[in-house]
Design a protein around this ligand. Structure first.
Ligand SMILES: Nc1ncnc2c1ncn2[C@@H]1O[C@H](COP(=O)(O)OP(=O)(O)OP(=O)(O)O)[C@@H](O)[C@H]1O
Ligand SMILES: O=C(O)C1=C[C@@H](O)[C@@H](O)[C@H](O)C1
Ligand SMILES: [Mg+2]
Length: 169
């Protein structure tokens, strides 16, 4: 089984993915970390030196190469239509919605996410546009505002357990 975690920057995909790895005793991969390892470059460097388009190609390749376990995706995984159909065809997609206000409190002036380093209005527009894509891609949705990492992971585990058997193979 492959479990894909999707959501905006700062929604907790990496944090919850690491917790699910422990709870489900499954393999775990974060696409951002995978890309950094494969390229030997940090994400800010990839954006600065090669551009976002090149990063999106690395992201699609990473998705195809990771074939099992819990997968924390990057916030922009839904920017590529091919990624959306790949995740829906190959695994269970778990969306972690988080309000922009809560994300702002979590990320503050984070410098490691190139698309967070833009004016607040541009971030809000990106958030609104992406939210529709996350919603339409999700099989399971677990709200994260004002919940602990433990509460969110427990909810994901419970909802995964309620999935029809054929979805979990
Ligand atoms: N439920 C939560 N409660 C409080 N803080 C949280 C929660 N989930 C995540 N965080 C914190 O928010 C920050 C961002 O989390 P994380 O890196 O997991 O987000 P992400 O969705 O993987 O972001 P990205 O798309 O940029 O990879 C981290 O500092 C993390 O500790
Ligand atoms: O939302 C995005 O487009 C991104 C989110 C991060 O996880 C990284 O994948 C990168 O910073 C781009
Ligand atoms: Mg992450």
């Amino acid at each position: 089984m492959i479990i894909y975690l999707i959501g905006f920057m700062g929604s907790g995909k990496t944090t919850i993915g690491e917790k699910l790895q422990e709870q489900l005793q499954m393999e775990y991969t974060d696409t951002d970390e995978y890309i950094e390892k494969m390229t030997g470059r940090t994400i800010p460097d990839i954006f600065a030196l090669e551009g976002e388009k090149a990063f999106r190609t690395y992201e699609t390749n990473a998705l195809k190469e990771i074939t099992s376990g819990v997968v924390s995706t990057g916030g922009g995984i839904v920017e590529t239509a091919e990624n959306i159909s790949f995740m829906k065809d190959n695994g269970v997609v778990v969306y972690l919605p988080t309000s922009l206000n809560v994300i702002e409190n979590r990320l503050h002036d984070d410098q490691s996410r190139p698309l967070w380093k833009q004016p607040a209005a541009a971030r809000a527009a990106l958030f609104a546009r992406r939210s529709l894509l996350y919603e339409s891609t999700a099989d399971i949705t677990v709200e994260t505002d004002h919940k602990t990492v433990e509460e969110i992971s427990a909810e994901v585990v419970s909802l995964l357990g309620n999935r029809p058997v054929q979805d979990c193979q």
